[in-house]
Design a protein around this ligand. Structure first.
Ligand SMILES: [Zn+2]
Length: 474
């Protein structure tokens, strides 16, 4: 007998087991579950929305872009080649998508207890209407059913934006990106719904192999002499405006650390020349990234863009994987991150400016209560982003709320970010955040630390208003 177990999403999932608290959580959730999704930070591909073409198949949509999925499989000895992950040198990998889906299905038990399991089951059940749990026995049923649905008009990317009740979604593009897909959206009615985000790491991080090529491209795009400090800064201003013209309301900075600097113009200019010459030390390229965060904060005050800082990812930790497959293959690992001293130069200059909006993220949870909540609970320019990446999980979100709320309050936080490439999982990810926020608020109500009417109001704000304020989306 084939192994056909039911796929059931319990209506009380992620709520507390205690019946008193659970009842409150249910009431809070009922008030917010149908609010529109605002997704101000993520990595979906803008070409999906520009071309509005149907997705190809279950494997290339659900598995190949999702490094959460293949890092877990890889950790259990399943090769990336067998999962169809393309190699940099073009050496052949598995191209039989059905076979890859079977490998995934056979190993689906590996995701027990992980947020990926919650997201994927929600996609299977809510988006594709599947009623049996994924296993080797149901792999063909899944693969065929998903593929049959994907060719339908209601599964085109723009139709899914409507189905998912996504009011707005931001993608993320590098500073020298042409933004051609966002340009193609102009006049379609979707240009205000699918917006870009300015991520200038490619022209700020002199440790990147493509740094000089990007500086050259920046000159071509802006007509500025990007080998002079002044021309380089002017070119960045021009690109920021170009991104704003394609909807951007925010910048994003993925630096190894939270280091900032406030050098004199002469020092900054000399450091820039060192970075261009290729002779800068690791310390000097780090100092340059730090100086540029302060420069970017200054430009944010000029043009009004919200600034996101995502420090602390040790990128491409596994050199063999990086050499064979490139970046974003599940080999990024969190590292300890310090904010109090590192942000001080930037804060000394701009921290008291309430018009500046800087959103801080961390992969180092030890900083929540000790550093981030006290900083955001004081400096008008600082807000705290939600639990990020490895901590974008039920337990991670609870740890975040428990550790920051007493010092930073709710109003120095900015709602939820899904930060995902996995488009179909966006409703499930936001639903997890909504359920966990209701769970946390219900606990405060049950302990008489908050009135239930206040908790209803907060649930609305955490889901909808705070994110729109923080990212200036009104
Ligand atoms: Zn991101």
């Amino acid at each position: 007998m084939a192994n056909f177990k039911p796929l059931v999403l319990d209506q009380d999932r992620l709520f507390p087991a205690d019946p008193t608290v659970r009842a409150i959580a249910r009431r809070l959730y009922a008030g917010i579950k149908d609010l529109p999704i605002v997704s101000p930070h993520g990595h979906t591909d803008p070409s999906w929305f520009a071309s509005n073409a149907n997705f190809d198949n279950a494997t290339s949509l659900l598995l190949l872009p999702d490094h959460y999925v293949f890092r877990m499989l890889y950790s259990q000895g399943i090769s990336l080649e067998s999962l169809g992950i393309r190699t940099k040198d073009g050496t052949p990998v598995e191209t039989d998508y059905r076979k890859i889906f079977h490998t995934f299905a056979k190993n689906y038990h590996l995701f027990r207890g992980t947020p990926s399991r919650i997201w994927l089951d929600s996609v299977f059940h809510d988006v594709f209407g599947l009623e049996h749990a994924l296993s080797s026995d149901t792999a063909d049923l899944y693969y065929d059913s998903i593929n049959e649905q994907l060719v339908k008009p209601e599964f085109k990317p723009r139709a899914l934006l409507d189905k998912f009740n996504i009011e707005l979604i931001a993608t993320t593009e590098g500073a020298v990106n042409s933004l051609k897909h966002h340009a193609a959206l102009k006049g379609t009615g979707y240009e205000k719904r699918v917006i870009t985000t300015f991520r200038p790491d490619d022209v700020i991080d002199a440790d990147r192999a493509d740094f000089l090529a990007n500086i050259k491209k920046l000159a071509e795009q802006t007509g500025q002499d990007t080998h002079s400090w002044h021309g380089y800064l002017q070119a960045l201003r021009i690109r920021r405006q170009f991104f704003r013209d394609h909807g951007a309301t925010a910048t994003d900075h993925g630096h190894p650390t939270a280091k900032t600097a406030n050098l004199s113009e002469h020092e900054a200019s000399s450091l820039f020349q060192l970075c261009l010459s290729g002779t800068a030390s690791k310390e000097q390229t780090e100092l340059f990234r730090g100086q540029m965060l302060t420069e970017m904060a200054g430009m944010s005050i000029e043009d009004g863009m919200t600034m996101q800082i995502h420090p602390g990812a040790f990128r491409n930790h596994n050199p063999s994987i990086f050499e064979r497959f490139g970046a974003d293959k599940g080999a990024d690992i969190p590292s300890p991150t310090e904010f109090v001293s590192n942000l001080k130069p930037l804060l000394d200059k701009y921290g008291n400016n309430a018009a500046l909006k800087i959103i801080l993220f961390t992969l180092d949870e030890t900083t929540y209560a000790r550093e981030l909540a006290p900083l955001a609970g004081h400096y008008p320019a600082l807000k705290l982003g939600p639990a990020w990446w490895f901590h974008d999980s039920p337990e991670g979100m609870l740890r975040f709320r428990h550790q920051v709320t007493e010092t930073a309050g709710f109003y120095n936080t900015v709602g939820f970010n899904d930060d995902t490439r996995a488009f179909l999982s966006i409703p499930a990810r936001h639903d997890v955040a909504r359920r966990i926020d209701c769970r946390f608020l219900a606990g405060l109500v049950a302990e008489h630390r908050l009135n239930e009417d206040e908790a209803h109001e907060l649930a609305q704000q955490l889901t909808y208003q705070l994110v729109k304020q923080a990212y200036q989306l009104d």
